[in-house]
Design a protein around this ligand. Structure first.
Ligand SMILES: N[C@@H](CCC(=O)N[C@@H](CS)C(=O)NCC(=O)O)C(=O)O
Length: 213
């Protein structure tokens, strides 16, 4: 049975899972769950994923959510050691970058955008902007040491972080202090599915900027 990906293109983690599917190169049935219409709370979706979050995959009855877990599972299942290296230390660095995105970078992006999109907040608070810029500084530093975020090859860590950074770019963030991120991001255009990712990010960025007017 073909893989099912429950997806919403405005969501950065979901775009990361989408690009992972494309990068691994497997066919998939993309099922849109529109979060703006609260479709994730439908009885049928909650039955599939009681945590009702996207991205979620159904791989012939095996259901999994969390974008990074999905990316690693698919790369491992399809023998894509380039995307998720088998070598212990290389994999450890990929994992470190994935956890950095999960626990440091993406939460700062969400902390800025979620209140603007859903809670009527009309400004980006300086403390939140500073917090995000600190994390962007770390990413800029990693990218001064290697072409890709976890070494000289593109991995699932690049896919995850590219999805996050696409969102930040789309809201119109100032990246002038982060030249290594800018250079890396232009290389990310080679990630399969990257243009679709940018379209979703643009819709998200437009919605945020509209609410800031
Ligand atoms: N850590 C999760 C984050 C997933 C997540 O927060 N998904 C949000 C959209 S960005 C969602 O589905 N929200 C709807 C809900 O939780 O009801 C991942 O990387 O997949």
């Amino acid at each position: 049975m073909v893989l099912k990906l429950y997806h919403f293109p405005l969501s950065s983690p979901s775009r990361a899972a989408y690009m992972s599917v494309k990068a691994v190169g497997i066919p998939a049935d993309i099922i849109i769950v529109d979060l703006l219409k609260k479709e994730q709370l439908s009885e049928s979706f909650v039955k599939i994923n009681p945590q009702h979050c996207i991205p979620t995959i159904d791989d012939d009855g095996f259901v999994l959510w969390e974008s990074k877990a999905i990316a690693c599972y698919l790369a491992e299942k399809h023998g894509r050691d380039d995307l998720y290296p088998k070598d212990l230390k290389r994999r450890a660095v990929v994992n470190q970058r994935l956890y950095y995105d999960s626990s440091m970078l993406y939460p700062r992006i969400r902390a800025i955008n979620y209140p603007i999109l859903f809670q009527g907040v009309k400004e980006i608070k300086k403390e939140l902007a500073d917090d995000l810029n600190v994390q962007l500084g770390f990413l800029n530093h990693y990218l001064g040491e290697s072409k890709w975020v976890a070494g000289d090859e593109m991995t699932v860590a690049d896919i995850a972080i590219a999805a996050s950074i696409s969102t930040v770019m789309a809201v119109g963030w100032d990246f002038s202090a982060f030249p290594n991120i800018q250079k890396w991001f232009s290389n990310c255009e080679t990630i399969p599915g990257f243009q679709d990712n940018m379209e979703g990010a643009k819709k998200f960025g437009d919605a945020v900027r509209k609410n800031l007017e």
